[in-house]
Write a protein that binds this ligand. Structure first.
Ligand code: C2E
Ligand code: CA
Ligand code: CA
Ligand code: CA
Length: 279
């Protein structure tokens, strides 16, 4: 039994070091990718439900590895978070989105609201407001067109500090969206103290509409609650006409999802806008 126990331990130990090694390797490759310009922003249209027009986009990061191809943020953002690479990566994202937004303005495209993601550690441990102010200034992109998405769970920890960061961002003139709303445990009382502008209903509540009565009730409640607090409400992960019809009926302000488009590279996003302008 003893021998077997040790064997199991050895196996466990090896599996652990293997996982740790892979993590370290991914981390150093990610640093290199950032330095070599292998990260790229994709853009997913956000649609105004009342008019059916594209009002802006959520910017989502992609890692374009010469060998592996596209690597999903679901795989490397967690590594960036635990290793600290999220600092420089987050800074690059803010700068790149502001640069792209300003370039689109200069190309004569209609004003677009651009949203980007801020992960919990980036929100709590880096100088987000300072970094955002610098990116806006360097690019000339108007703060009023920039939106920062912070997850509900990031706002639920160290709430007084979180509130102060949001206040500083608000002073810059950027908008704040609460991402993945409904999956965290923020109370209404807490939410009321934060200067926020948009609630993004998590796609988990949209997926099973119209089959799930519960999810329809929850989504309707989030829309009503958001409106009663003067917030705009966006539904994410909308894939079907049935889901959109439900959201329209409930007065949801905007949506994003495969029904309109997957996240696409910048030039394809411009093509979507031009196609819309002609219709
Ligand atoms: P998220 O912010 O909740 O983004 C929504 C995810 O849902 C995106 O995955 C998007 O491609 C996907 N999605 C959009 N529409 C649909 C749909 O209709 N159906 C389904 N099934 N999925 C849809 P993606 O791009 O793989 O990003 C995953 C997560 O990685 C994001 O979740 C966000 O938390 C994080 N992330 C992405 N880009 C960045 C970034 O630039 N910075 C940071 N800190 N995190 C990022
Ligand atoms: Ca998001
Ligand atoms: Ca989300
Ligand atoms: Ca999510």
């Amino acid at each position: 039994a003893k021998a077997r126990g040790r064997g199991a331990w050895c196996f466990f130990h090896e599996a652990m070091t293997q996982a740790a090694r892979e993590r370290l390797e991914l981390e150093s490759r990610l640093r290199l990718a950032l330095a070599q310009g292998h990260l790229q922003m994709y853009y997913q249209p956000q649609i105004d439900i009342a008019t059916g027009r594209i009002q802006g986009a959520e910017a989502l990061v992609r890692w374009n590895d010469p060998q592996e191809g596209l690597i999903s943020p679901a795989r490397f953002i967690p590594v960036a978070e635990t290793s600290g690479v999220i600092g420089p990566l987050g800074e690059w994202v803010v700068r790149e989105v502001c640069r792209q937004g300003q370039q689109w303005r200069e190309a004569g495209l209609p004003p677009l609201n651009l949203a980007l993601n801020v992960s919990p550690r980036q929100f709590h441990l880096t100088d987000l407001a300072g970094c955002t102010a610098a990116a806006l200034q360097a690019s000339g992109f108007p703060a009023a067109l920039l939106e920062l998405e912070i997850t509900e769970s990031a706002l639920a920890e160290r709430t007084e500090e979180a509130r102060q960061v949001l206040v500083r961002l608000r002073e810059l003139g950027v908008r704040i969206a609460v991402d993945d709303f409904g999956t965290g445990y923020s109370s209404l009382a807490q939410l009321k103290r934060f200067p926020i502008d948009v609630l993004k209903i998590d796609q988990g509540f949209i997926r099973d509409i119209p089959q799930s009565e519960d999810d329809m009730a929850i989504s309707a409640a989030i829309i009503a609650m958001g409106h009663s607090m003067g917030l705009s409400v966006l539904a994410e992960g909308v894939e079907t006409e049935g889901q959109l019809a439900f959201l329209r009926e409930r007065g949801c302000d905007s949506y994003q999802g495969y029904l309109c488009s997957r996240p696409v590279p910048a030039d394809e996003f411009v093509a979507l806008l031009r196609a819309q302008a002609e219709s």
